[in-house]
Unconditional design. Sequence first.
Length: 429
Amino acid sequence: MSEKAQLHLNGKVYELPTVTGSEGEKAVDISTLRDLTGYITLDDGYGNTGSCSSAITFIDGEKGILRYRGIPIEELAVKSTFVETAYLLIYGKLPTHPEKARFSDLLTENENLHEGMKHHFEGFPPSSHPMAMLSAMINASSCFYPGLMKSPDSESFEVQAARLLSQVRTIAAFSYRKSRGLPFLYPKPAYKYTANFLYMMFSDPYGSYELKPEVVRALDLIFLLHADHEQNCSTSTVRMVASSEANLFASAAAGVCALWGPLHGGANQAVITMLEEIHASGDDGRRFITAAKDKNSGKRLMGFGHRVYKNYDPRAKIIKAASDLLLHTLNREDPLLDIARKLEEAALGDSYFVERKLYPNVDFYSGIMMRAIGIPTEMFTVMFAIGRMPGWIANFKELLDERRKRICRPRQIYIGPTERHYLPPEQRR
Ligand code: CMC
């Protein structure tokens, strides 16, 4: 029998059911609270609010555990690829050989943008941020594929999902080429997902970019590690938009916008900007740590802290080791890596960060790795968006498959003026 929670309010006792997840997480089900009591819950930033039940990703923030569909991220990082992991997230199981081949074919068949979409890029000024172009162009896809406007059945969902997953990488590469005034390069069907992206980003019409296996693998790993992270800001946004029955592309475009901010996906770009500033100022990190602890400085140690992890982010551990390996294999040094290591050491030994359980998150070392790959800083958050696409698609599908669909519509406690009346301009002060 499930436990009941008791709420004592104004001399009455209300019993509320509890819910236990498959990993033992517990929640008080308050769906009848307002009807029963007239009260709602208030939870600034949703820190204690479960917005849905989901079978996609499990995180234990205290222990530093992350699993996609039950499989530990550490195993997937070593044994899987981004595309296989995308299938796992979207369809709930690792693909068999024929399923994988079909998924891969669908990605290849849908990799080219509608030719008309290319002209849209012409309208953006050269200084446009690639995240702005990415969200705009994903949304614009609904105009080019009118079928997207309808709620998909399982067959059309398969094609829509493959189209979005495949084209996000083409749009991302085109956005970069546009921002640099470079010609677009069409995807090459012979290349796998990540190699194709690097080819479109860095080749020239007169010469193909050399695809180094260790670089392709490193970027594939970055995509894989970002593939899902349960109800974060952007995924919740995707679910919120999708709950109104907006189409997959519109929902994903909203996810890109939510991801852009420096407290979320934009942190990877902000980390490198922070490290560059520290480097340029000749600070060894100590001055910055002092500033990050001072609430009036307007600074935070970017790439540190997490709403859910109160332990080392498992993705950060994998990325840290992988970036060390990549720099070693490519025989490169990066002064920013030394600063990052010093900052980490200083923060992990500082009571401010220890007491608040602030550890490096996925963004702390990912920028160093992307720099080594050759990804320009303004494209870092775009890399996060490509990586997060399977998670957004999986969450969209989960919502689509729900029998009882409800629009997401939180309430509020109103704290504005009570009723007052319209004044003509001459009476206003
Ligand atoms: N540097 C300095 N102080 C910090 C930091 C930081 N990076 N992060 C949190 N704090 C302090 C914060 O000032 C507060 O202190 P106090 O209790 O004295 O007021 C306390 O720690 C709790 O912080 P919070 O802002 O209430 O925590 P949150 O759960 O709302 O925010 C966070 C989580 C990730 C937005 C925040 O830790 C942060 O801003 N980190 C830097 C940005 C960053 O790296 N973001 C990437 C997150 S991981 C990838 C992703 O999901 O996109």
